[in-house]
Design a protein around this ligand. Structure first.
Ligand code: C2E
Ligand code: CA
Ligand code: CA
Length: 619
């Protein structure tokens, strides 16, 4: 029987106390190419040899042993070495007399790799037996390896599946249910309250100035603060109370079957407990407080959609913030209207004036290719100067502008100024820009003519512009959006799908919208290193986008470790504070030394640049 060279190199142990026979067997095996032979004269010596291969058991090929070997219970040895779960060593047992053999009948011989052979030895038969046993052993070994691999793979898949399922329903950080789960349960509870004519309340809790801790101390510390605050609130709730995390620093609680007075007393206890808690972080202590909004649920409001109840509680919470934070506020219809009108009334003239007085300006943040550190392009982000010359971030004025119909002017202003910026660069410059478009940009009929005119007047090549749209923008007015995208693309501009993964149907839109880049939402990137689920999700987003021929960009890249991980997961480009903050000037070089960043510590840089771009937020 022919066997491979590799199998012939396996160790064969011959255990025989008749030295003459031992030498004869060895000679015969050597003659047929089995050169790796160890010999033993008794059971003790067998175990010494085996012990020397303790860490390399797979190198042992076979054991030829005399049934009458001194200091050896052959049956027990076969049981341990040949048929147990960890060892697969085959045996050839040499016996003086076939009939007296006590091994033949034992129940395990059929599964174990054991062969009996009578004396005197018939060498051609022995050699065939050895070859057969070695091949069988190898097959069993391979099969066992495959089984193990399969089991591991299944276990891994089960963990990921379970994690994804859990993630769909829960907030991973705090273990509370998430917004989606909360809404579905709230729907049932509201219906029950209606039937039983019970009253209750939805309580929305927001951590005051949470973004400050996050930005000054980093997300890890922010996460710890959230966990501690949730722990405090949890102690005051009952086991069955519906308690959810519905936003980064926003929590919702539903109190069933309670009077208005009871609800207020409970909310006050929550406020007070968190206010008394001091959060320490190294040498620094932060005092914590909550703004709490209460939306009573009664016979009338129980008819509401859960979203409506949440929105009322949020409006009440906003009132608590406006009245100085660290307080409760109950929902009141007039409050909200007044509040929204006040907010809009406050912002609208400011925004209009800013447009007239040129109080807007653009900042640029690099998007870097992960394979070579080259800057692919810069994202253009808008800023506004307030009355005290402070810098106001778009989060504060873009939503109001969208509500109040001022956004088209802003979108046009950004497009025009971004093109002007490119036109002013030296002729040899290859810099390209990505411009954010609001969710209603495509409803503006004059955007396309403005773009065309600006491009033709400036001689800026259209391929140097990418437009970033979000899913919300894409969904609103689906057909019109597709048409506009097609027209703008025909000019030579590119498109990116922004905040990818943040919505529900992201993959669907990826198929439908002809975009060149997919920007994976920062929420999947921030905790990438510690969160295996995020890693699985980012990897599959990268695979799908790449298969569809799109380039992937990861946002919110804040540490060198994330850069390394992103490369591993197959992401093409990255954008984030570690690579470059949004600045009014472009970087001097058109590439970034990624290796250098990997060596540098991220922290000091983060502090330094945080203070260099002071953004005032109305929290
Ligand atoms: P976006 O398009 O998702 O922009 C990314 C935001 O993340 C920017 O905030 C950017 O400064 C910030 N960012 C970048 N890297 C990091 C990082 O490593 N960590 C963290 N924590 N944040 C990072 P910004 O400039 O405040 O913009 C917020 C949003 O406002 C933008 O989100 C975009 O939706 C909108 N926006 C900004 N500029 C414009 C504009 O010119 N026009 C329109 N219509 N919307 C704009
Ligand atoms: Ca963007
Ligand atoms: Ca984004």
């Amino acid at each position: 029987m022919l066997i491979s060279k590799k199998l012939k190199e396996k160790v064969i142990i011959i255990a025989e106390n008749d030295q003459q026979l031992l030498a004869e067997i060895k000679r015969n095996l050597n003659k047929h190419g089995f050169l790796n032979i160890k010999t033993a004269l008794d059971g003790k010596q067998i175990f010494e040899i085996l012990r020397s291969y303790y860490d390399a058991a797979e190198q042992i090929g076979l054991l030829i042993v005399n049934e009458q070997l001194p200091q050896c219970d052959v049956l027990v040895m076969c049981k341990t070495l040949s048929s147990n779960d960890t060892s697969l060593i085959p045996f050839v047992i040499l016996g003086a007399d076939d009939k007296k053999n006590n091994i033949e009948n034992s129940e395990f011989t059929s599964q174990a790799l054991i062969h009996r052979m009578s004396l005197p030895i018939n060498y051609p038969v022995l050699l065939d037996t050895i070859a057969f046993q070695l091949i069988m052993m190898q097959e069993r070994y391979l099969r066992r390896k495959q089984e193990e691999l399969l089991i591991n793979e299944l276990a891994e898949r089960k963990i990921v599946d379970a994690k994804l399922k859990y993630l769909v329903m829960h907030d991973e950080l705090t273990g509370l249910i998430n917004r989606h789960n909360f809404e579905s349960q709230l729907r049932i509870i509201l219906a029950r309250s209606r039937m039983r004519q019970q009253e209750g309340a939805l309580i929305l809790i927001n951590l005051d100035r949470f973004s400050l801790v996050n930005e000054l101390e980093g997300f890890d510390v922010g996460d710890r603060l959230l966990i501690e605050v949730v722990g405090i609130i949890r102690k005051l709730t009952l086991k069955d109370d519906l308690f959810a995390r519905i936003g980064s620093d926003e929590f919702c609680l539903f109190l069933d079957n309670s009077t208005e007075k009871e609800i207020k007393q409970f909310a006050e206890r929550v406020r007070k407990s968190v206010y008394e808690f001091i959060f320490s972080c190294g040498d620094v202590c932060y005092s914590t407080s909550l703004s709490i909004g209460i939306a009573p649920v009664n016979m009338v409001t129980a008819n509401q959609h859960p979203n409506e109840a949440i929105s009322r509680a949020r409006q009440a919470c906003r009132m608590a913030k406006e009245h100085g934070r660290n307080m409760l506020w109950s929902y009141n219809e007039t409050d909200t209207k007044v509040q929204e009108r006040n907010k809009d009334l406050y912002w609208v003239p400011l925004i209009k004036k800013a447009l007239l007085d040129k109080k807007f300006f653009l900042v640029f943040q690099p998007v870097v290719c992960l394979n070579n550190g080259e800057i692919s392009h810069y994202e253009v982000l808008i800023r506004m100067r307030g009355l005290q010359n402070e810098v106001i971030s778009p989060g504060d004025f873009i939503p109001v502008s969208e509500r109040m119909g001022l956004i088209h002017d802003i979108d046009q202003w950004v497009v025009e100024n971004a093109i002007d910026f490119l036109a002013k660069l030296p002729e040899s410059s290859k810099v390209s820009l990505a411009i954010n478009l609001s969710s209603v940009a495509f409803q503006d009929d004059s955007l396309l003519p403005t773009l065309k005119e600006k491009l033709s007047l400036s001689w800026v090549d259209a391929s140097r512009l990418t437009f970033e749209i979000t899913e919300t923008a894409a969904v609103a007015n689906f057909e019109q959006t597709r048409k506009m995208i097609a027209e703008i693309r025909s000019l030579g501009c590119k498109f990116a799908l922004d905040d990818f993964g943040a919505g529900f149907c992201s993959f669907n839109y990826l198929k439908t919208f002809p975009v060149d880049f997919v920007k994976i939402d920062g929420q999947f990137i921030r905790n990438l290193i510690n969160d295996e689920t995020d890693q699985v999700l980012v990897k599959s987003m990268a695979e799908i986008a790449t298969n569809l021929g799109k380039k992937t960009i990861a946002e919110f890249v804040e540490t060198p470790e994330i850069i390394v991980k992103l490369k591993e997961l197959g992401i093409d480009m990255a954008q984030g504070y570690i690579l470059g903050r949004p600045e009014q000037e472009l970087l001097a070089s058109n590439s970034i030394a990624l290796d250098g960043i990997a060596r540098e510590s991220a922290k000091p840089k983060r502090f330094a640049s945080w203070f260099s771009e002071k953004v005032s937020r109305v929290d």
